[in-house]
Structures are given as C-alpha cells and as structure tokens.
Ligand binder design. Structure first.
Ligand SMILES: Nc1nc2c(ncn2[C@@H]2O[C@H](COP(=O)(O)OP(=O)(O)OP(=O)(O)O)[C@@H](O)[C@H]2O)c(=O)[nH]1
Ligand SMILES: [Zn+2]
Length: 288
C-alpha cells in the first residue's frame, strides 16, 4: 500500500520519510527510476512510499514541489517565522525589514514573532503592532513566561516552516517552549564556519508532537539582498502596492506625484518602513 509522507532528513543515500498521518518514520530507498530521470528528492519533499519491512520502505513517487528554498535547501515551505526583539537584543526595525524583504523575495508568507515581550511595556508592544499588524501576522510571545506560545503553536500546526532572526532573539528558546526537547542548530557563527568547510549542510525537519515541521537550521542568515534588482525592491513591501503613482515604474524616491510618498506623509505607510526601503534601495544602487 502506498502512503504519503515527508522527507525529513537524508542519511547517505537513504531518506528518512515521516508519515503524514501517524508521524512514524521510515528509512527509505529511492527508486532507480529517479536516478535515471535525474530527480533527487530533497528535505521537505512530499512523497508516496511503500513499507517493505518494519521501519523500512521505498519512495515510489515525488509530488511536484510548490516551492524550493535554497538556504537551507527545503521544498514546500509554507511559511517563514521571523523572530525579532525590541530589547535584549535591541533589534533595529531595519533588520526586521531586511528579513521580510528576503522572505518576500523568496515568495513565501512571513509571520512575525515579537519575542521577549516580558521585557516590554504595553506601549512599546502597541507601537510595534501598529507598524506591522496590517501587513503581516504578528504574534507576541515570551519564551520565558509562555505568553503567546499557544497562538504560535496554532500557526505552526500541520505546516512546514523555517525560522529566521538574529542571534539571541530566542529562536531556540521558543522551539523549546513550543515542544520541549526540540533543538535548533542555531548559532549563526558556527553555521558560517560550517559553510566554509563543507559544501553541503545536513538539514533536518523537526516534527512537533502536535503535527507540523520546522527546519533545524534558520534561513536567510546572511541577510544578503544583493541579488534583488533595485527596481524590484518596491514589490517586496506589500503595503506599497495599495497606492498608485503618476509613473507606472515609479521607484518612490524623487518622482513627482508619488502615491507612496504621499501615503508616508499621511501616515498611511509607516515612515520606518519607507526609510528601510530607501536604505535598501540606496544599497542596491550604490556605485551603479
Ligand atoms: N527575558 C527573556 N529572555 C529570553 C526570552 N527568550 C529567550 N530568552 C533568552 O535569550 C537568550 C538567547 O536565546 P536563544 O534561544 O539562545 O536565542 P537564539 O535566537 O536561538 O540565538 P542563536 O542561537 O544565537 O541564534 C537566552 O539567554 C534566553 O534565555 C524571552 O522571551 N524573554
Ligand atoms: Zn511612487
């Protein structure tokens, strides 16, 4: 009987496939036909497999990927959880906006998690939600007190996610609060060293006991936006799309009758978001 599962890890030439319904894991061989067709499954692939003996099986079919993230290389990512803080560390909004731009550029939905809210006043939290709440799903959490953890679980349930966010914002702590025992291979410094040493990093999807997967390696760690064309940057700020300008190709910088600049003046677009846009635009056009 064919069953449906997700590839969660590779062990040399075998794939560990986790059953979609039961969460049971099977060590699976790949069919020879995949090699002939030069198809190589990757972590996150949804597959049909058949059990051969206890705990072992064979992958019969790979479903078409709905998307493919490159770093870490995972298929079928449903969402990226961008974790940020306002205190300890004080993460600049410009850094959060950079993560959001990278997630938009990968064509994936972003969910913002503002962690360590036990260190913030209600006003500080409200200010943050005022900026981002209309654009993205925002979840307010404290891995320390458990605040917001149930809400975060609801968002993660039944999906494949990756986490992103600066060092120290509490990515590992959140995972442990969500599902004790799960551990993230974080520490961006060692990750960078690893990349230098090996050509590939072994990644794994971790399974939540309530259903759902998260990559054990955070994404977008290098914050590199250099592959984005300057004229495409504006498309990566979803709230800009609500406004129209005199020129169809307006970059919202010095052009006359710019709907986006007017919206910034009217407070309909938050100035911190517009400033992040200008900073990134300058970075992309510098020396060109
Ligand atoms: N006050 C407070 N401290 C927290 C919270 N979440 C995490 N921390 C602390 O913040 C520090 C960093 O947390 P980690 O979970 O290691 O952060 P990380 O994002 O995984 O960091 P890297 O591994 O460097 O990428 C630890 O000392 C945690 O105990 C929180 O909600 N409130
Ligand atoms: Zn404009």
């Amino acid at each position: 009987m064919r069953r449906k599962g997700v590839v969660v890890k590779f062990l040399s030439n075998m794939a560990i496939v986790q059953d979609y319904e039961t969460g049971e894991k099977f060590l699976c061989k790949l069919r020879g036909k995949f090699k002939e067709q030069k198809i190589r499954p990757i972590v996150g692939d949804i597959v049909e497999y058949r059990i051969i003996v206890k705990k072992e099986g064979v992958i019969e079919n790979i479903y078409n990927r709905k998307n493919e993230l490159l770093r870490p290389r995972i298929a079928n990512v449903d969402q990226v959880i961008v974790v940020t803080t306002l205190k300890s560390p004080e993460t600049p909004l410009g850094i959060l906006d950079r993560y959001l731009v990278l997630v938009e550029n990968a064509n994936l939905p972003a969910v913002i998690v503002l962690n360590k809210v036990d260190l913030l006043t209600d006003d500080e939290i409200k200010n943050f939600v005022d900026i981002y709440g209309d654009i993205y799903d925002v979840i307010i959490t404290s891995a320390k007190t458990g605040y917001g953890i149930e809400e975060l679980k609801k968002i993660l349930k039944g999906k494949i996610a990756t986490m992103a966010g600066m060092s120290g914002v509490g990515k590992s702590s959140l995972l442990n609060a969500i599902n004790p025992g799960l551990s993230l291979k974080v520490n961006e410094i060692s990750q960078k060293l690893d990349r230098g040493r090996h050509t590939t990093t072994v990644i794994e999807l971790l399974y939540f006991d309530f259903g759902g997967w998260i990559a054990d390696t955070p994404g977008f760690a290098n914050l590199d936006i250099s592959s984005i064309k300057p004229e495409n940057l504006k498309k990566l700020f979803p709230e800009f799309r609500r406004f129209s300008c005199l020129f169809l190709d307006c970059n919202h910088i010095h052009e006359p009758n710019c709907g986006v600049k007017e919206a910034v003046e009217d407070g309909k677009i938050k100035s911190s978001r517009y400033n992040s846009y200008i900073d990134m635009y300058k970075e992309l056009t510098e020396g060109k």
